[in-house]
Ligand binder design. Structure first.
Ligand code: SF4
Length: 256
């Protein structure tokens, strides 16, 4: 299979499913724009979680203010490294991230027993000959797998359903690397539109929703299309939020 990165990840598959042309522009043409502030906040928050969990795994319990300080430092250093497209005031985004971090430390962290954090796993699917990779935010001591999300509102049923593939891939990767331990799967979603009224939602994925057959079909379909250069446009309301909206028409006529 001729894949731009030599492997597929959930993010690649989701991007291809949303718009094959957008996948082409990002992964094949490597045209990149500054990340938006929501994605930036998620990246900084995940980096702070990794720091917190790594310390806890190593037996070090840090004071809450040290983790909050870490968020501020990380926010600054990552902004220096990555151009960000600020849609809201930078100070408001930062305050929201600090509030998320404080909420996590008070309401969520005490009951979490981490075993691994930001664990990168890969495997080659024997039936397809395709390599897949994923990074697991958190594996707990009972082998349960969590993916954290930061967002503005509670996830709807359809949002959960549309995201199932990510956790199925993570379960598959975990079992291919560590054996068939049938880990529990969970999304922990922290949400609020601003720095007050933070809430979180825990979504446990039922084993009846995990289908490796369906996962293999999707991965096989996406990989085959990418290898064959099938990158048609998928216009929808999402085009209004797409960073390629002003240039994608220039590429439409040249590809399948
Ligand atoms: S603007 Fe729409 S059609 Fe064009 S790349 Fe973005 S999502 Fe695809």
């Amino acid at each position: 299979m001729n894949l731009p990165r030599g492997y597929l990840s959930y993010n690649q598959i989701r991007l291809y499913q949303n718009c094959p042309l957008k996948y082409y522009l990002f992964y094949v043409k490597e045209i990149q724009f500054p990340i938006n502030d929501k994605i930036f906040l998620g990246i900084v928050f995940h980096a702070v979680l990794e720091y917190y969990f790594a310390k806890k795994i190593a037996g070090q319990e840090l004071e809450k203010f040290q983790i909050i300080d870490r968020f501020s430092d990380q926010f600054q250093s990552m902004e220096d490294e990555n151009p960000v497209m600020w849609e809201s005031a930078k100070g408001k985004i930062k305050d929201r991230g600090i509030a998320f971090t404080r909420y996590f430390l008070n309401e969520m962290a005490p009951s979490i027993e981490p075993l691994m954090t930001e664990k990168e796993l890969e495997t080659t699917i024997p039936e397809l000959g395709i390599k897949i990779k994923g990074v697991l935010d958190l594996v707990e001591q009972d082998f349960s797998i969590t993916d954290f999300k930061t967002t503005t509102a509670k996830w709807s049923k359809s949002r959960i359903s549309n995201s199932l593939l990510q956790m199925v891939i993570y379960k598959y990767l975990f079992e291919q690397n560590f054996g068939n331990v049938n880990p529990d799967l969970m999304y922990r979603i922290i949400y609020s539109k601003n720095a007050v009224g933070i809430r979180h939602q825990e979504v446990k994925i039922k084993s009846s929703d995990v289908s490796y057959d369906k996962m293999l079909k999707i991965i096989g379909y996406v990989a085959e299309n990418i290898s064959n250069g099938v990158f048609y446009e998928n216009t929808s309301y999402m085009c209004g939020f797409c960073e390629y909206k002003n240039i994608c028409k220039d590429y439409k006529k040249n590809i399948l």
